[in-house]
Ligand binder design. Structure first.
Ligand code: TRH
Length: 359
């Protein structure tokens, strides 16, 4: 089938990240044809860079405007049109669909959530006045939800540790042996300086891999962007550049602990099989707190009482000395969660469920 994926970047990288991962699964694993129309092609290209050209070559990345029917970019009718995160289709594209002989199916691809209510809405029709069939598709962890994007499934970290991407070589040389490694990719507002100071008092060495812009965020949080940041000697900060999605996946798999955010990095941290803090996207009405609680209910369903306390404390930004003593059992739990997750997604996860749904 031919898929047109519409991606409007609201902020950050998650919208592009999810659309790109979906397109690569559809094409490289399921032999579909995919185009992404994106209003910020530069960001999308950044994420997609460095990927095997055989995979990238199968996905047509186009600016948003290229979806309009005109003589330079005639619109081929797609079989499936994805409105990622409920973005509105361009009117001129929709007008083209209305006169097309074969109508596509439109999918409103929603945000990932572990909340129980999504299974009642997943796959339900969303009748439109234009008459083209449209459905809600809710990604989720439950078996009767839309699944999660699992491609590519990360390999055992020991098998890939030597495959240091070129863009990370210089940073990786700074890592100290026998030192715990923590990557950080989070939103402004997290109490990171205090967190790192506290971590530095645990009596172990930590190398902190700061993703692009994270160091500046730390400086900003102390109120003076030019001021040096003083942390205990046990803490080494290492800034890395913005890397491609595949390279960032690799970083997550090579760290002992990850701080992630949004949607895509949140899933990848779980697939890495390591403990993580999910800095959930803050929403004004505090809906994020409900979403986080719903995820923790699932994630910790089989955990001991002690581990539950530790993980909930960590995920709500309690200082590391409150929960780090449980890191070994959290590690074991992360591995079990990863393999259970993959078992539940053994049907191919989101991309495969989407194809089956449309078919
Ligand atoms: O960037 P995010 O915070 O994205 C979002 C947006 O806020 C969006 O509006 C919101 O709807 C969504 O979250 C829930 O976090 P996320 O989802 O983890 O996406 C980041 C993507 O960027 C992910 O695909 C990984 C990728 N990435 C790289 O490719 N290279 C990098 O160096 C880093 C740090 C990330």
């Amino acid at each position: 089938m031919r898929w047109d994926i519409f991606c409007q970047i609201v902020d950050n990288y998650g919208d592009a990240g999810v659309c790109w991962r979906l397109a690569r699964s559809l094409t490289s694993l399921h032999g579909q044809e995919a185009r992404i129309f994106c209003d910020d092609l530069q960001t999308l290209n950044l994420l997609a860079s460095g990927i095997d050209p055989k995979i990238k070559g199968r996905i047509d990345l186009q600016p948003w405007e290229a979806s309009f029917s005109n003589s330079r970019h005639p619109v081929r009718a797609a079989d499936v049109v994805i409105e990622a995160f409920g973005c509105d289709l361009p009117e001129r594209y929709l007008a083209g669909l209305l006169i097309a002989s074969k109508k596509p199916v439109i999918i409103n691809l929603e945000y990932l959530s572990a909340e129980p209510w999504i299974t009642d809405f997943h796959g339900k029709p969303s009748p439109q006045s234009h008459g083209i069939p449209k459905y809600f598709f809710f990604p989720g962890f439950q078996e009767n939800a839309g699944g999660i994007l699992i491609d590519p499934i990360p390999k055992e970290p020991s098998l890939t540790q030597q495959l240091i991407p070129e863009s990370l070589r210089a940073s990786w040389e700074l890592l100290r042996p026998d030192t715990k490694r923590i990557s950080i990719f989070c939103y402004p507002g997290a109490p990171l300086i205090k967190w790192l100071e506290d971590l530095g008092k645990l009596g172990e060495n930590f190398d902190i891999v700061l993703t692009h812009g994270q160091f500046e965020q730390l400086q900003f949080s102390i109120g003076n962007p030019t001021q040096a940041i003083f942390l205990p000697d046990s803490i080494q900060l290492i800034s890395i550049p913005f890397v491609s999605q595949d390279e960032y996946d690799w970083v997550l798999s090579q760290c002992d602990f990850n701080i992630v955010r949004g949607e895509d990095s949140f899933v990848r941290a779980q697939l890495a099989g390591r403990p993580f803090i999910w800095h959930i996207y803050p929403q004004e009405d505090r809906a994020h707190e409900i979403k986080l609680a719903a995820f923790l209910d699932l994630y910790l369903e089989d955990a001991s009482q002690e581990l539950k306390h530790a993980v909930i404390a960590a995920m709500t930004w309690a200082m590391p000395n409150n929960w780090f003593q449980s890191i070994d059992s959290w590690n074991a739990h992360s591995k079990t969660w990863r393999s259970d997750l993959l078992k539940k997604q053994a049907d191919g996860g989101l991309a495969a469920r989407l194809i089956r749904f449309v078919a």
